[in-house]
Design a binder for this molecule. Structure first.
Ligand SMILES: Cc1ncc(COP(=O)(O)O)c(C=O)c1O
Length: 639
């Protein structure tokens, strides 16, 4: 590790007795061993609420030692703000009787100050920090690679040996680098544990992740949240069980329902027509669905959404639990939330039973790296494992597992600092975008459909949606110009917005380049003038009746029937038929038909209109015969 990359560790003592705080700070400092570089460990003390608040804003704070007299007040406060800081209560032997009062505090341990053996006490604190910063799987993988064993097992490239001397493919080997190949190992290497039946280093890594994210159990997935969602639905629901879900849920949720044979009850996603943004479901619709479906087994919502809108989940979870409904939250876009108070509470903190997160979307993990967190008191691990193993490859990518381990470590020790910086960059970017007076950042009231105004929805500031309608260009044209002229790739667009995603990897340099590009484009616009009218896309047709179980219809052979003829007239026979496939236009990525759904004239009109429009819209799930779009329907159903 280079000198400049030496992490800084701050250990602090809190006591309302200034002499006590000073004695402890001094004692700990004097006990630092030679092999701990003193320059990288710092000690501070705080003796009142103001100093404590300042301390809790310190990015490098790793451990807080709290004098027992103040513990009952201070620990809950400081844990609420910085749950990833190691908390210790200093409790003299003479006060051991108080331990029962203090037991409910979720802390790392008690330090006995009777002998004031600061050397041992400091060792205990540093051991806890080391434990939090451990990466059991990533370390074992690296050590194994360094031990340079001869491979007589898969994968076939054998640590890259099949490629590095090949005149044809060595270039690829060198492009990716040796370690992507020599760390690509297999279950034959037993000391690397098994993702499908973990019992050593993967299990340890998952336990550390569970602690960091606040779960009872955490499972790593190397097949993305797409798979995690299917596994949860499959392991929780039986054929015919009802599940309440946002129609705008990711397609993996809809696929999960097909696989497990559940009956979906769709909750309508809200739409902000002005910007073409689909948002959360209203609390009223959720509560009504819970009331009308007392036999529902699960509720699945996405929080935050792709655009960063997140629910106030606690009252929703409470209502669902009161009705005996398990709550699954798709936090694909919100894995960072646990590590900064401005982004919390997380779904788990709000009481959710199951949470899936695409660690790769917002944190430092490879694509496809995802975690499933479980807090369900009725969790059946054996059943979950069976379904997990049904979807998981028996040859998981070890670099992905290691990246999950490292991403968790990073957030546990420096997540707060990184997110503090990211949030500051987001604030600065918002201001500079608005200062162009051409581009305008949408704030929550701009994005939120009015019916959600009182639902406690909040916006993740790391997702910035920008109104581009004053540029005189379409969002697609702005996206292309940013890419081709300024080397900038944005996250997504609607017809009149672009969305920028800030992550812990966003740098000052990237922000500056984007600011510069937008400034120039704004100047260009002003000299050229002209606002063009951008027409919002059509709203989705209403969710139709689901007449049969999606699984039953999807797996039938079905009949393929044309949607329209060459003269673009609709095929009337389809009205009232039952769809056998899921039909999803992108954008917005919300299915207009799912298997088992009765096909309405409105859906057919909608499909015809987007297929004939000039917009670039992919429609997934259509079947093409002689270049004409067809729908697959349940057999014998065409009217
Ligand atoms: C809400 C939501 N859930 C799940 C997923 C799937 O995640 P992954 O790409 O990790 O499979 C996505 C992907 O974009 C998503 O937007």
């Amino acid at each position: 590790m280079s000198e400049t990359l030496q992490p800084t560790i701050l250990i602090a003592v809190y006591s309302e007795d200034p002499l006590f705080a000073e004695r402890w700070r001094q004692g700990l400092w004097a006990s630092l061993e030679e092999d701990y570089p003193r320059s990288s460990i710092d000690f501070k003390q705080a003796t009142n609420a103001e100093q404590l608040a300042e301390l809790l804003g310190e990015p490098h704070l790793q451990a807080l030692l709290i004098h027992s007299h103040s513990a009952m007040d201070v620990v809950p406060q400081s844990l609420a703000r910085r749950p990833h800081v190691n908390h210790f209560v200093i409790l003299p032997q003479s006060e051991r009787g108080r331990i029962d009062d203090l037991l409910e505090l979720n802390i790392d341990g008690y330090l006995d100050d009777s002998e004031e053996d600061f050397f041992s006490l400091l060792r205990e604190v540093l051991a806890a920090i080391d434990h939090k910063a451990a990466t059991p799987f990533a370390d074992t993988l690296r050590d194994y690679v360094r031990s340079a064993k001869d491979a007589w097992h898969t994968p076939g490239h054998s640590g890259g040996d099949s490629m590095k001397d090949s005149p044809w493919v060595a270039e690829f080997y060198h492009f990716l680098g040796e370690h992507i190949f020599d760390a690509d190992l297999s279950v034959s290497v037993q000391i690397l544990d098994s993702l499908l039946e973990p019992h050593s280093v993967i299990q340890d890594a998952q336990e550390l992740a569970a602690r960091a994210f606040g779960a009872k159990h955490t499972f790593f997935s190397t097949n993305g949240t797409s798979t995690a969602n299917k596994v949860i639905l499959q392991s929780l629901l039986h054929p015919g069980d009802k599940v309440l879900l946002d129609r705008g849920s990711h397609k993996s949720a809809h696929h999960g329902i097909i696989l497990c044979g559940a009956m979906p009850v769709y909750l309508p996603s809200s739409l902000r027509v002005r910007y073409g943004l689909y948002g959360p479901v209203t609390r009223e619709s959720i509560f009504r669905a819970i009331e009308e479906n007392p036999d529902a087994r699960a509720l699945l919502l996405t929080s935050c959404t792709y655009d960063g809108m997140r629910y106030e989940l606690a009252p929703i979870v409470e209502r669902a639990h009161a009705a005996g409904i398990k709550v699954i939250i798709d936090e694909a876009w919100y894995a960072h939330a646990a590590f900064h108070p401005a982004l919390r509470p997380t779904a788990l903190e709000s009481g959710a039973d199951y949470v899936t997160q695409s660690t790769h979307k917002m944190l430092s993990a490879f694509s496809q790296a995802s975690m499933t967190h479980v807090n369900d008191p009725d969790f059946d691990e054996q059943r979950f494992r069976e379904h997990f193993n049904m979807h998981a490859s028996t040859s998981p990518q070890y670099a992905i597992i290691a990246s999950l381990d490292v991403a968790r470590k990073q957030m546990s020790v420096e997540g707060y600092a990184l997110l503090k910086r990211t949030l500051e960059l987001a604030e600065r970017l918002r201001e500079s975008i608005n200062a162009t007076e051409v581009f305008r950042v949408l704030e929550l009231p701009d994005m939120l459909p009015t019916e959600l105004a009182d639902d406690g929805i909040r916006l993740d500031p790391t997702k910035i949606t920008v109104d581009i309608s004053q540029t005189g260009r379409s969002a697609e044209a702005v996206q292309v110009e940013l890419f081709e002229k300024y080397n900038i790739q944005v996250e997504k667009t609607t017809f009149n917005t672009i969305t920028l995603l800030l992550t812990i990897g966003t740098t000052q340099g990237k922000v500056m380049r984007l600011e510069n590009a937008l400034k120039r484009m704004a100047k260009d616009t002003r000299s050229r003038g002209g606002e063009i009218e951008l027409k919002p896309p059509q709203a989705l047709p209403p969710t139709g009746e689901i007449a049969r179980l999606p699984r039953d219809v999807f797996f039938e052979r079905g009949a393929v029937v044309r949607l329209m003829d060459s003269a673009t007239a609709l095929n009337e026979e389809l009205v009232g038929a039952i769809s056998a496939d899921q039909i999803t236009p992108y954008p917005p990525g919300v299915p207009v038909l799912v298997p088992g759904q009765v096909i309405s004239r409105e859906v057919l009109e909608y499909l015809r209109s987007i297929l004939l429009s000039q917009r670039h819209i992919e429609v997934h799930g259509l079947t093409y015969r002689q270049d004409l779009p067809h729908l697959r329907i349940a057999e014998g159903e065409a009217g």
